[in-house]
Every structure is written in structure tokens, then in C-alpha cells.
Write a protein that binds this ligand. Structure first.
Ligand code: BGC
Length: 413
């Protein structure tokens, strides 16, 4: 009897202590592919372990275009989620609307300024206050290769766009698809971004796509980038229209296609399929981009909430940057930890290469933000730029016309 009463008292005490700190976090994200879902599941588990309820607000659609539309509707109706996957200059755009909460308490208690590279930390702050927490660093300028396909075709893994054209022709001759691609505007922009970087180099990329310098945009280099994109397009299969990016990755995994141009969230799909880098697949820089790095940092903004205590939100932000989460999430996601000094011993060679290249390109000045993944341009310019690239991919538009349209897009307010 005595012990039963004690058990009951303990149970009540436990329930009380959990409830006293429990909260709900509703988190908007677009991580719905196999590898992505596994990654975000780790966050749900860690939040439940802290006694919080996770309300999933997943909006399918690569690169988050759909998610952003849904987010706007929710915020306009006065009912924002706790946090939302938003990145790059959009963080500042949302903060200037006055709808975000700040993370001062947790960021100063945990000394975020010393945990993050300054360039990353600055992007998470609005007027000196953290309004977002970063999750990872993705590299975008990768080419994913199935070595078996190359072997069958007698082709060599290309390091220039001319070699790429040769290899692609050989793969097609062997009856296979050269490039797995999904014809969606953001995927078109992802390919163009790597092509432009490969054709023009990092200095050109910075001028044309970050500084939006009219002379750099309206140039022979941009013309050549579109010519090269047309060549790449000729090696994409005819069923690409509308295909999701992870289905394109699956074509490389299964050996139906030789290559895919995609950020390293694609590695999350290879990992989820039990494939090993170096043997089952190769991660190589897109032709001509070996010495540069297009980065894409996922992050969550947190919204100011009426009648909700900040505890669950702070716990969420703290969990995201914790060493344990940084490791397990990024192992599944294909990215690398954003937290400085992370233990990389469990990571594969692609992640190690990404880390080494991040450091080297940062030193060399060729570490550049990915515009296709909302890291570089104001959102209106990004949308208009993406539309031009996508119309080019789906029409007979000449490279000259595309350059003129790109210039107009860069002036979009
Ligand atoms: C995000 C990744 C995501 C990918 C595909 C990118 O913009 O940064 O986290 O996996 O889109 O949806």
C-alpha cells in the first residue's frame, strides 16, 4: 500500500513537472522526401523528450515554394506557426514586417555568437537580435554520379562542360539517360546556377547574381551560360516535366540515369537507400566549379505569439543547435553541421569534402550563396529570375532573349 501510494505520488509529480514545462511547437517545413522525413523525425523525437508536443506543418514541394505561399496566408490571418523554415534575405524581410520573436534569451545563454561562423550568425539577426536559428550547411554545386552507368557507357566523369557533353552522349548511346532532372522552376534554377558558376567563375557569379550588376548580367558570359544550359537540356529525358527532385535522384540510384545536378539533400536519398559514397555513387563538383562552393543554409524563423510562453520556442531553438541534433540530423540530411567545431568522425567522405571545401573556398573568396535556394537575392528578384530560367528551359527562347529577360528580372522590386 505504502509503495503504491508512493508510485502514485511519483506519477503525479512527473506528470506535473512535464506539464509545467510542456508546450506545443508547430513547425512549418517542406522536408517530405525519404531522407528529409528521417532527418526532421529526429527533431520531433528530441522535442518530445523535452516534454513538448510537435505539431507537424509539412508542406510538400522542393525548395519550399509551396510552403512559402502557405506561410504567408497563415501569418496574414493572424495565426502563425511557432517556427517556419525560412532562409537568406527572406529572414530580414519577415523580421521587418514585425511578426518575429527574438531568441535573445537562448542565444546569449548558449553563446551562439561563438558557436556560429560570423557570416552565418549575421544572417540570423535582425537589428542585432537573433530572430532565426540555423540548422545546417548544404552545398548546391554537386553532381551526383552513378559509376556503374559510366562504366557501362565507357564514359569518364566530366570536369568541364565540354567533357560533360561527351560523357552524356556516350551514356545515351548505351541506351541510358544522361541527366536525371525534374522540370520544376526551382530545379531548373539549381542547374542553371551550377552552369553559370562553372562557365563564369565565382567573381562573375558574385557580380551577376549577388550584386545584380547590370554589366555582369548583360554579358557574353551570361550568354554562354544559357548556351551551355541548352546543351545540358538536350541530355535530359523527355519525361522530366514536373518530376520531383527525389524521383530524379532515384533514377541515379537505380542506374537508370548517369548524373543529377542537385544540392546534397540528394545524398540524404542515397543514404536512406543504404548506398555508400565512393562505391555506389560519387559526389563531384559540377563541371568547372571544383574551386567554388554555393552554400544553402536551412534555418527556422520564430514568430511572436500571443498568449504562448516562450519556453517551448526556446527549447526548440536550443535543440536545433545542440551537438547531438546537429550530428544526427545532418548525417541523415546530407548536409554538414553549421555549429563550429562539430565532430565529423561519423560523417562520410562527401560531407568531409564539403567541410574542407567550405573552409578553403571561404579563404579563397569563392564561397558564394545559392540564389536558386533563396540565399542571395531579394525574394521578388529571385522569383523573377527563376521564371526566366524556367521559360528558357521550356521554350525556344534564344540565349540573347534570356539575357535581356534576366536583366529585367534583376530590377524587380
Ligand atoms: C532546402 C533543403 C531541401 C531542398 C529540397 C532546399 O531549398 O534547403 O533543405 O531538402 O530544398 O526540398
Amino acid at each position: 500500500m505504502q509503495s503504491r501510494r508512493l508510485n502514485l505520488a511519483l506519477a503525479v509529480a512527473c506528470a506535473f513537472s512535464l506539464n509545467a514545462f510542456a508546450g506545443e511547437v508547430e513547425v512549418l517545413h517542406w522536408w517530405t522526401s525519404g531522407g528529409e522525413a528521417k532527418s526532421v523525425a529526429e527533431l520531433k523525437t528530441m522535442m518530445s523528450a523535452k516534454g513538448h508536443t510537435w505539431k507537424d506543418f509539412a508542406v510538400a514541394g522542393g525548395a519550399g515554394d509551396n510552403a512559402m505561399t502557405v506561410l504567408k496566408t497563415r501569418v496574414v490571418s493572424g495565426n502563425p506557426p511557432t517556427a517556419a523554415q525560412v532562409k537568406g534575405p527572406s529572414i530580414q524581410e519577415w523580421a521587418s514586417e514585425g511578426v518575429l520573436a527574438n531568441l535573445d534569451a537562448v542565444s546569449s545563454a548558449e553563446k551562439w555568437d561563438s558557436l556560429l561562423p560570423p557570416v552565418v550568425a549575421n544572417g540570423m539577426k535582425y537589428k542585432g537580435h537573433y530572430v532565426a536559428v540555423p540548422v545546417n550547411v548544404h552545398r548546391v554545386n554537386w553532381m551526383w554520379v552513378n559509376p556503374e552507368v559510366f562504366k557501362k557507357a565507357g564514359a569518364k566523369v566530366p570536369t568541364t562542360w565540354a567533357e560533360f557533353d561527351e560523357a552524356a552522349k556516350k551514356i545515351e548511346k548505351a541506351g541510358l539517360i544522361a541527366v536525371a532532372h525534374g522540370g520544376q522552376p526551382w530545379q531548373d534554377a539549381t542547374v542553371f546556377e551550377s552552369v553559370a558558376l562553372g562557365v563564369g567563375g565565382a567573381d562573375y557569379y558574385k557580380k551577376a547574381f549577388i550584386q545584380l550588376d547590370p554589366k555582369a548580367i548583360d554579358s557574353l558570359t551570361t550568354l554562354k551560360a544559357f548556351d551551355t544550359l541548352r546543351m545540358v537540356r538536350s541530355h535530359i529525358d523527355k519525361n522530366a516535366a514536373g518530376r520531383d527532385w527525389n524521383l530524379a535522384t532515384a533514377m541515379v540510384i537505380k542506374g537508370e540515369a548517369g548524373m543529377q545536378f542537385m544540392g546534397d539533400w540528394a545524398k540524404g536519398e542515397f543514404t536512406a537507400a543504404g548506398k555508400k559514397p565512393g562505391t555506389d555513387y560519387l559526389c563531384v563538383a559540377a563541371p568547372g566549379t571544383e574551386k567554388a562552393y554555393t552554400f544553402n543554409i536551412d534555418s527556422f524563423i520564430v514568430f511572436a505569439q500571443k498568449n504562448k510562453d516562450q519556453k517551448a520556442t526556446n527549447d526548440f531553438a536550443s535543440t536545433v543547435l545542440s551537438p547531438a541534433f546537429q550530428e544526427v540530423f545532418n548525417l541523415n540530411k546530407g548536409s554538414i553541421p553549421v555549429r563550429l567545431g562539430a565532430d565529423m568522425s561519423k560523417f562520410d567522405d562527401c560531407a568531409k569534402k564539403s567541410t574542407a571545401d567550405f573552409v578553403a573556398t571561404n579563404k579563397a573568396g569563392s564561397l558564394v550563396p545559392s540564389f536558386a535556394h533563396q540565399m542571395a537575392m531579394p525574394s521578388a528578384v529571385q522569383g523573377a529570375t527563376q521564371d526566366v530560367i524556367s521559360s528558357f528551359m521550356n521554350s525556344n527562347m534564344t540565349s540573347k532573349e534570356a539575357v535581356a529577360k534576366l536583366l529585367a528580372a534583376s530590377k524587380k522590386k
